[in-house]
Design a protein around this ligand. Structure first.
Ligand SMILES: [Mn+2]
Length: 444
């Protein structure tokens, strides 16, 4: 990515600000236990505006009288610290990478921030993240106000949500972002195919999970975008099942929701296939209903359409399907009116996708209406049907079946592009993929 991308994005933020100062903190290390930490994961908005991958960093953007300035506070180079904990970017490289006007040592934040705060009416901060920086900025503004109340240079008196501005910009992805997500999809495709080929009765979910993770880490790939769901048989009916440690049984289905990431850009793909490679008749019947609902929803993915419209199209197809399967009684109309499908399809049809797997983009516009699709918007379409074992209200031949099919859709000028169309999805394609030799996916 070019340095100018970050500057261009900040330029757009400046354009949406009225004179003011914006303060945005990086992510922090999160404790795993005692003195060990989880792998560092940068805050997505911070990454989007700076490109910087380090903790203990704060972005400050000021706008006054048409003049825009960007400052970065970050850890200084320190040979001793870097010997223990790894290389740091340092002030100069950070300033260069993100094309900032000036870089400061993060240790000087409290010293420098008062004079940066003065003379701006509006303080832009993320309302829901880094409460510590939020509190600090308010405390320092309060102290300054008490000292300077008779001066012409006052600290900010109004707080605005920076998150809403950045997350609206993130709603449409540029050409670089789209290319990155397409590249991330290569490993995701490979991992799903490898899982289909590798799976057979007697294997454990965790072995398949490890194979997927291996492919997500191999070569230029950069791991998983979220905790992979690797759910055999009835485990598929636990929507966020991540234990991934049970034996796979002959005759069961196998639901895998797994996506790799690249430069933090997520893919999010679900496929469901038979453990032994062949769908039973009833599994196929349910699968075809979910697949039809998914294709119907994707066919409505055009600029100007909305996510609720896609969801409604899914609900219509699934309700008819549930009646055909004998899981629901009565007419399509009365079932839709009562929302009876929710027992078997309790989640939404999809979500925005980008730097976060559930990308932080608005779902509603300023007037309380659903956001309209625009070219560059990317989202998931992931209908499912779930029939948990042991629920006496569910016909016994359906119990234990849990199916979800999820693709990632890009809205284009002319309609849409399915970014995951290469991953087997039709019954015949899936059964053929299950026949393949998994060794070919390992490149050892
Ligand atoms: Mn998803």
């Amino acid at each position: 990515m070019q340095n100018t991308d970050f500057k261009a994005r900040r330029e757009k933020v400046f354009n949406m600000m009225e004179d003011g100062i914006a303060i945005l903190g990086s992510a922090k290390f999160v404790t795993r236990s005692n003195d060990t930490e989880y792998p560092f994961r940068q805050n997505s908005n911070f990454k989007y505006l700076t490109g910087i991958n380090e903790p203990d960093s704060i972005l400050v953007m000021t706008q006054k009288g048409g003049e825009n300035k960007t400052y970065i506070f970050i850890r200084k180079n320190d040979a001793f610290e870097e010997m223990w904990a790894g290389k740091r970017l340092g002030l100069e490289k950070a300033q260069d990478l993100m094309d900032a006007d000036q870089a400061f040592d993060i240790k000087d934040f409290e010293k420098e921030i008062p004079h940066l705060l003065l003379g701006h009416r509006n303080l832009y901060m993320h309302f829901h993240e880094r409460r510590d920086i939020f509190d600090l900025a308010q405390r320092i503004s309060g102290d300054l106000f008490n000292k300077k109340r008779k001066s012409t240079e006052l600290p900010p008196s109004e707080i605005k949500n920076l998150g809403a501005i950045v997350e609206r910009l993130r709603y449409t992805k540029d050409a670089n972002e789209i290319l990155t997500m397409k590249k991330a999809m290569i490993a995701t495709d490979k991992a799903h195919r490898a899982a289909m080929a590798f799976t057979r009765p007697g294997r454990n979910e965790k072995e398949v999970a490890a194979l997927i993770q291996f492919i997500f880490e191999k070569g230029d790939s950069q791991g998983n975008a979220y905790d992979n769901i690797v759910a055999g048989g009835n485990n598929a009916n636990i929507l966020h099942y991540i234990e991934n440690n049970q034996e796979l049984k002959d005759g069961d289905l196998f639901l895998i929701d797994a996506g790799s990431q690249l430069n933090y850009y997520a893919t999010d793909i679900t496929r469901t296939f038979p453990v032994n490679g062949k769908f039973t008749d009833v599994q196929k019947d349910v699968y075809e209903i979910v697949l039809e609902s998914q294709k119907t929803a994707i066919s409505h993915a055009w600029p100007g359409r909305t996510a609720p419209e896609l969801h409604q199209s899914v609900c219509n197809v699934l309700t008819q399907g549930l009646i055909d399967l004998g899981a629901l009684k009565g007419s399509v109309e009365e079932n839709l009116e009562k929302g009876t499908f929710r027992k078997f399809f309790p989640h939404g049809t999809g979500h925005w996708l980008g730097l976060d797997v559930h990308d932080q983009n608005p779902y509603m516009d300023g007037t309380g209406n659903p956001m309209k699709f625009e070219p560059g918007v990317i989202f998931t379409v992931e209908p499912g049907l779930y029939f948990p074992k042991g629920d006496g209200e569910i016909p016994s031949h359906l119990q234990g079946i849990g199916i979800r099919i999820e693709d990632n859709i890009l809205i284009t000028d002319k309609g849409h592009e399915n970014l995951s169309s290469m991953i087997p999805k039709e019954v015949k394609e899936v059964e053929e993929a299950c026949e393949k030799d998994y060794i070919t996916f390992l490149d050892l």
